[in-house]
Design a binder for this molecule. Structure first.
Ligand code: FAD
Length: 299
Protein backbone atom coordinates (compact mmCIF):
# COMPACT_ATOMS: atom_id res chain seq x y z
CA UNK A 1 0.00 0.00 0.00
CA UNK A 2 2.74 2.49 1.02
CA UNK A 3 4.89 1.57 -1.96
CA UNK A 4 1.94 2.04 -4.38
CA UNK A 5 1.24 5.44 -2.85
CA UNK A 6 4.88 6.52 -3.17
CA UNK A 7 5.11 5.29 -6.78
CA UNK A 8 1.95 7.27 -7.67
CA UNK A 9 3.10 10.44 -5.87
CA UNK A 10 6.54 10.26 -7.44
CA UNK A 11 4.99 9.89 -10.89
CA UNK A 12 3.34 13.30 -10.28
CA UNK A 13 6.75 14.61 -9.16
CA UNK A 14 5.40 15.37 -5.67
CA UNK A 15 8.18 13.42 -3.96
CA UNK A 16 11.16 11.16 -4.52
CA UNK A 17 11.72 7.95 -2.60
CA UNK A 18 14.07 5.00 -2.21
CA UNK A 19 13.61 1.68 -0.46
CA UNK A 20 16.37 0.12 1.64
CA UNK A 21 18.19 3.43 1.41
CA UNK A 22 21.55 4.13 3.04
CA UNK A 23 21.19 6.86 5.66
CA UNK A 24 24.90 7.67 5.97
CA UNK A 25 25.01 9.98 2.90
CA UNK A 26 22.14 12.00 4.38
CA UNK A 27 24.01 12.87 7.56
CA UNK A 28 27.07 15.06 8.14
CA UNK A 29 28.52 12.25 10.31
CA UNK A 30 28.34 9.87 7.33
CA UNK A 31 26.97 7.16 9.61
CA UNK A 32 23.77 5.10 9.57
CA UNK A 33 22.39 1.83 8.17
CA UNK A 34 19.45 1.31 5.84
CA UNK A 35 16.03 2.91 6.14
CA UNK A 36 13.07 0.85 4.90
CA UNK A 37 11.93 3.98 3.06
CA UNK A 38 13.63 7.33 2.52
CA UNK A 39 11.21 9.95 1.21
CA UNK A 40 11.84 13.54 0.16
CA UNK A 41 8.56 15.44 -0.43
CA UNK A 42 8.91 18.27 -2.94
CA UNK A 43 6.41 20.63 -1.33
CA UNK A 44 4.41 21.13 1.84
CA UNK A 45 1.20 19.65 0.42
CA UNK A 46 2.95 16.38 -0.51
CA UNK A 47 4.59 16.36 2.95
CA UNK A 48 1.23 16.77 4.73
CA UNK A 49 -0.47 14.05 2.66
CA UNK A 50 2.39 11.63 3.33
CA UNK A 51 2.36 12.21 7.10
CA UNK A 52 -1.44 11.81 7.17
CA UNK A 53 -1.20 8.47 5.34
CA UNK A 54 1.57 7.21 7.64
CA UNK A 55 -0.34 8.21 10.77
CA UNK A 56 -3.62 6.69 9.54
CA UNK A 57 -1.82 3.42 8.89
CA UNK A 58 0.29 3.57 12.07
CA UNK A 59 3.55 3.34 10.12
CA UNK A 60 6.59 4.53 12.05
CA UNK A 61 8.28 7.62 10.61
CA UNK A 62 10.74 10.35 11.54
CA UNK A 63 11.15 13.87 10.14
CA UNK A 64 14.69 15.12 9.60
CA UNK A 65 16.41 18.03 7.90
CA UNK A 66 20.03 17.96 6.83
CA UNK A 67 21.06 15.29 9.35
CA UNK A 68 23.69 17.59 10.87
CA UNK A 69 22.81 16.88 14.48
CA UNK A 70 22.02 13.19 14.14
CA UNK A 71 23.47 9.77 14.80
CA UNK A 72 21.43 7.10 13.04
CA UNK A 73 21.86 3.52 14.25
CA UNK A 74 24.09 1.10 12.32
CA UNK A 75 20.98 -1.07 11.78
CA UNK A 76 19.25 1.91 10.20
CA UNK A 77 15.61 2.89 10.68
CA UNK A 78 12.60 0.58 10.53
CA UNK A 79 9.91 2.68 8.95
CA UNK A 80 9.98 5.86 6.88
CA UNK A 81 12.65 8.54 7.10
CA UNK A 82 11.25 11.81 5.73
CA UNK A 83 13.76 14.45 4.68
CA UNK A 84 12.41 18.01 4.47
CA UNK A 85 15.17 19.21 2.12
CA UNK A 86 12.74 19.43 -0.83
CA UNK A 87 10.40 21.91 0.90
CA UNK A 88 12.07 25.19 0.14
CA UNK A 89 9.95 28.35 -0.06
CA UNK A 90 11.45 31.73 0.89
CA UNK A 91 9.46 34.97 0.74
CA UNK A 92 10.89 38.35 1.72
CA UNK A 93 8.41 41.06 2.80
CA UNK A 94 10.35 44.12 4.02
CA UNK A 95 12.15 42.89 7.18
CA UNK A 96 10.00 39.77 7.52
CA UNK A 97 10.96 36.47 5.91
CA UNK A 98 8.60 33.53 5.53
CA UNK A 99 10.64 30.37 5.22
CA UNK A 100 9.77 26.69 4.70
CA UNK A 101 11.25 24.07 7.01
CA UNK A 102 13.63 22.52 4.45
CA UNK A 103 15.52 25.69 3.52
CA UNK A 104 19.25 25.44 4.37
CA UNK A 105 20.22 28.00 6.98
CA UNK A 106 23.48 28.82 5.17
CA UNK A 107 21.79 29.72 1.88
CA UNK A 108 19.11 31.66 3.77
CA UNK A 109 21.76 33.77 5.50
CA UNK A 110 23.31 34.55 2.09
CA UNK A 111 19.92 35.52 0.65
CA UNK A 112 19.24 37.75 3.66
CA UNK A 113 22.57 39.54 3.12
CA UNK A 114 21.62 40.14 -0.53
CA UNK A 115 18.45 41.85 0.72
CA UNK A 116 20.58 43.93 3.15
CA UNK A 117 18.87 42.18 6.05
CA UNK A 118 20.76 41.65 9.28
CA UNK A 119 20.03 38.99 11.93
CA UNK A 120 21.18 35.77 10.27
CA UNK A 121 24.95 36.45 10.32
CA UNK A 122 25.34 33.97 13.20
CA UNK A 123 23.84 31.20 11.05
CA UNK A 124 26.14 31.43 8.03
CA UNK A 125 28.15 28.34 9.05
CA UNK A 126 25.45 26.15 10.63
CA UNK A 127 24.82 23.27 8.20
CA UNK A 128 21.17 22.61 9.14
CA UNK A 129 17.74 23.34 7.70
CA UNK A 130 15.42 25.99 9.14
CA UNK A 131 13.20 23.25 10.67
CA UNK A 132 16.15 21.55 12.37
CA UNK A 133 17.47 24.92 13.53
CA UNK A 134 14.17 25.90 15.17
CA UNK A 135 13.86 22.44 16.73
CA UNK A 136 17.37 22.76 18.23
CA UNK A 137 17.32 26.56 18.72
CA UNK A 138 20.61 26.52 16.83
CA UNK A 139 23.00 29.33 17.59
CA UNK A 140 26.56 30.59 17.31
CA UNK A 141 28.67 33.74 17.75
CA UNK A 142 26.25 35.16 20.34
CA UNK A 143 23.12 34.74 18.18
CA UNK A 144 20.43 32.06 18.04
CA UNK A 145 17.18 31.24 16.27
CA UNK A 146 15.32 32.46 19.36
CA UNK A 147 16.46 36.02 18.49
CA UNK A 148 14.71 36.04 15.11
CA UNK A 149 11.83 33.53 15.07
CA UNK A 150 8.56 35.49 15.38
CA UNK A 151 6.22 32.58 14.72
CA UNK A 152 6.16 29.07 13.31
CA UNK A 153 3.55 26.85 11.67
CA UNK A 154 3.37 23.19 12.53
CA UNK A 155 1.36 20.01 12.05
CA UNK A 156 0.02 18.55 15.28
CA UNK A 157 -0.70 14.87 15.98
CA UNK A 158 -4.39 15.35 15.20
CA UNK A 159 -3.51 16.59 11.71
CA UNK A 160 -4.22 20.30 12.32
CA UNK A 161 -1.92 22.99 10.94
CA UNK A 162 -1.47 25.57 13.70
CA UNK A 163 0.75 28.57 14.43
CA UNK A 164 2.61 29.61 17.58
CA UNK A 165 4.56 32.66 18.67
CA UNK A 166 5.80 31.21 22.00
CA UNK A 167 8.51 28.60 21.50
CA UNK A 168 9.85 28.03 25.03
CA UNK A 169 13.31 28.72 23.60
CA UNK A 170 16.32 28.10 25.83
CA UNK A 171 19.89 27.03 25.15
CA UNK A 172 19.56 24.45 22.30
CA UNK A 173 15.95 23.89 23.30
CA UNK A 174 12.55 24.67 21.79
CA UNK A 175 9.01 23.58 22.54
CA UNK A 176 9.24 21.20 19.57
CA UNK A 177 11.56 18.88 21.51
CA UNK A 178 8.77 18.23 24.02
CA UNK A 179 6.03 17.42 21.48
CA UNK A 180 5.37 15.38 18.33
CA UNK A 181 4.71 18.53 16.32
CA UNK A 182 6.22 18.81 12.86
CA UNK A 183 7.57 22.23 11.91
CA UNK A 184 6.32 23.37 8.48
CA UNK A 185 7.52 26.95 8.17
CA UNK A 186 8.28 30.08 10.15
CA UNK A 187 8.34 33.84 10.01
CA UNK A 188 11.63 35.50 10.88
CA UNK A 189 12.03 39.13 11.93
CA UNK A 190 15.25 40.69 10.59
CA UNK A 191 16.38 44.32 10.44
CA UNK A 192 17.78 46.50 7.67
CA UNK A 193 21.54 46.86 7.58
CA UNK A 194 24.31 47.51 5.09
CA UNK A 195 25.04 44.59 2.78
CA UNK A 196 28.83 45.04 2.96
CA UNK A 197 28.78 45.13 6.78
CA UNK A 198 26.54 42.06 6.97
CA UNK A 199 28.82 40.17 4.57
CA UNK A 200 31.92 41.25 6.54
CA UNK A 201 30.37 39.90 9.77
CA UNK A 202 29.52 36.62 8.03
CA UNK A 203 33.05 36.31 6.70
CA UNK A 204 34.47 36.97 10.19
CA UNK A 205 32.20 34.28 11.67
CA UNK A 206 33.18 31.80 8.96
CA UNK A 207 36.88 32.42 9.53
CA UNK A 208 36.51 31.93 13.31
CA UNK A 209 34.78 28.63 12.63
CA UNK A 210 37.39 27.43 10.13
CA UNK A 211 40.17 28.31 12.58
CA UNK A 212 38.63 26.49 15.54
CA UNK A 213 36.45 23.65 14.21
CA UNK A 214 37.13 20.53 12.08
CA UNK A 215 34.85 21.83 9.31
CA UNK A 216 36.33 19.50 6.69
CA UNK A 217 35.81 16.35 8.76
CA UNK A 218 32.61 14.35 9.10
CA UNK A 219 30.93 15.25 12.38
CA UNK A 220 27.61 16.32 13.88
CA UNK A 221 28.93 19.50 15.50
CA UNK A 222 29.27 19.80 19.26
CA UNK A 223 28.59 16.45 20.87
CA UNK A 224 27.69 17.70 24.35
CA UNK A 225 25.47 20.52 25.57
CA UNK A 226 26.85 23.48 27.42
CA UNK A 227 25.27 23.79 30.83
CA UNK A 228 25.54 26.41 33.58
CA UNK A 229 29.24 27.14 33.95
CA UNK A 230 30.30 24.02 32.03
CA UNK A 231 31.99 24.19 28.62
CA UNK A 232 32.31 20.52 27.64
CA UNK A 233 35.08 21.12 25.05
CA UNK A 234 37.26 22.85 27.67
CA UNK A 235 36.85 19.98 30.15
CA UNK A 236 37.52 17.32 27.51
CA UNK A 237 40.63 19.21 26.36
CA UNK A 238 41.89 19.69 29.96
CA UNK A 239 41.35 15.99 30.67
CA UNK A 240 43.72 15.25 27.77
CA UNK A 241 41.11 13.44 25.69
CA UNK A 242 41.83 15.05 22.29
CA UNK A 243 42.59 12.23 19.86
CA UNK A 244 40.93 9.58 22.07
CA UNK A 245 39.45 7.03 19.65
CA UNK A 246 37.15 4.04 19.44
CA UNK A 247 37.91 2.44 16.08
CA UNK A 248 36.99 5.05 13.41
CA UNK A 249 35.54 7.63 15.84
CA UNK A 250 37.91 10.15 17.44
CA UNK A 251 37.77 13.24 19.62
CA UNK A 252 38.83 15.99 17.21
CA UNK A 253 42.39 17.28 17.67
CA UNK A 254 41.14 20.71 16.55
CA UNK A 255 38.08 21.06 18.80
CA UNK A 256 37.62 18.74 21.77
CA UNK A 257 33.83 19.20 21.66
CA UNK A 258 33.59 17.41 18.30
CA UNK A 259 33.76 13.70 17.54
CA UNK A 260 34.91 13.07 13.97
CA UNK A 261 34.36 10.09 11.73
CA UNK A 262 37.78 9.21 10.35
CA UNK A 263 36.22 7.28 7.48
CA UNK A 264 34.87 4.02 8.78
CA UNK A 265 33.27 4.92 12.12
CA UNK A 266 30.05 3.18 13.11
CA UNK A 267 27.30 4.51 15.35
CA UNK A 268 28.44 1.91 17.86
CA UNK A 269 31.97 3.42 17.86
CA UNK A 270 30.57 6.93 18.40
CA UNK A 271 28.25 5.80 21.23
CA UNK A 272 31.13 3.93 22.92
CA UNK A 273 33.38 6.99 22.63
CA UNK A 274 30.64 9.22 24.08
CA UNK A 275 30.34 6.85 27.08
CA UNK A 276 34.12 6.82 27.52
CA UNK A 277 34.27 10.63 27.52
CA UNK A 278 31.30 10.94 29.90
CA UNK A 279 32.83 8.46 32.36
CA UNK A 280 36.25 10.12 32.24
CA UNK A 281 34.82 13.65 32.76
CA UNK A 282 32.61 12.40 35.57
CA UNK A 283 35.50 10.71 37.37
CA UNK A 284 37.96 13.62 36.89
CA UNK A 285 35.64 16.63 37.40
CA UNK A 286 32.42 15.16 38.84
CA UNK A 287 30.50 16.67 35.89
CA UNK A 288 27.80 14.75 34.01
CA UNK A 289 27.97 15.67 30.33
CA UNK A 290 24.69 15.61 28.39
CA UNK A 291 24.76 14.78 24.65
CA UNK A 292 23.47 17.45 22.27
CA UNK A 293 23.52 15.21 19.20
CA UNK A 294 20.43 13.08 18.78
CA UNK A 295 20.77 9.32 18.52
CA UNK A 296 17.98 7.77 16.44
CA UNK A 297 17.38 4.10 17.31
CA UNK A 298 16.54 1.42 14.74
CA UNK A 299 13.01 0.90 16.15
C1 FAD B 1 30.28 21.16 11.26
C2 FAD B 1 29.05 21.44 12.10
C3 FAD B 1 28.94 22.64 12.76
C4 FAD B 1 27.82 22.91 13.56
N1 FAD B 1 27.74 24.10 14.20
C5 FAD B 1 26.65 24.39 14.94
C6 FAD B 1 26.56 25.64 15.62
O1 FAD B 1 27.42 26.51 15.53
N2 FAD B 1 25.45 25.87 16.38
C7 FAD B 1 24.44 24.94 16.49
O2 FAD B 1 23.45 25.21 17.20
N3 FAD B 1 24.51 23.75 15.87
C8 FAD B 1 25.58 23.46 15.09
N4 FAD B 1 25.65 22.24 14.46
C9 FAD B 1 24.58 21.25 14.64
C10 FAD B 1 23.42 21.30 13.60
O3 FAD B 1 23.85 21.88 12.38
C11 FAD B 1 22.22 22.08 14.14
O4 FAD B 1 21.71 21.46 15.31
C12 FAD B 1 21.08 22.17 13.10
O5 FAD B 1 20.12 23.06 13.56
C13 FAD B 1 20.42 20.84 12.80
O6 FAD B 1 19.57 21.02 11.67
P1 FAD B 1 19.26 19.81 10.67
O7 FAD B 1 18.33 20.29 9.63
O8 FAD B 1 20.52 19.19 10.22
O9 FAD B 1 18.48 18.84 11.66
P2 FAD B 1 18.62 17.24 11.77
O10 FAD B 1 19.97 16.92 12.28
O11 FAD B 1 18.18 16.59 10.52
O12 FAD B 1 17.56 16.96 12.92
C14 FAD B 1 17.79 17.41 14.23
C15 FAD B 1 16.51 17.22 15.03
O13 FAD B 1 15.53 18.13 14.54
C16 FAD B 1 14.34 17.44 14.22
N5 FAD B 1 13.73 18.11 13.06
C17 FAD B 1 14.33 18.47 11.92
N6 FAD B 1 13.45 19.07 11.10
C18 FAD B 1 12.26 19.06 11.72
C19 FAD B 1 10.96 19.53 11.39
N7 FAD B 1 10.68 20.11 10.22
N8 FAD B 1 9.96 19.34 12.30
C20 FAD B 1 10.20 18.73 13.49
N9 FAD B 1 11.42 18.28 13.86
C21 FAD B 1 12.43 18.44 12.98
C22 FAD B 1 14.78 16.00 13.90
O14 FAD B 1 13.73 15.06 14.10
C23 FAD B 1 15.92 15.82 14.89
O15 FAD B 1 15.44 15.40 16.15
C24 FAD B 1 26.78 21.95 13.65
C25 FAD B 1 26.88 20.74 12.96
C26 FAD B 1 27.99 20.49 12.17
C27 FAD B 1 28.09 19.19 11.42
Amino acid sequence: MLKDYLVKESSFNRLTFQTDARLAPHTTFGIGGLADYLVTPHNEEAFLSLVTLLRENEIRFGVFGNGSNLLFDDKGFRGVVILTKGIRGVEFQDTLVKVSCGVPLISLSIQAARHSLSGLEFACGIPGTVGGAIFMNAGAHGGAMSDIVLSSRYLDVQGNVLEITQHDFAYRHSVYQDTDRIILSCCLGLSYGTESEIRAKMEENKQKRTMTQPVNDKSAGSVFRRTEGVIPAALIDRAGLKGLSVCGASVSEKHAGFIVNRGDATACDVLSLIELIKNRIDSVYGVQLIPEIRYIPER
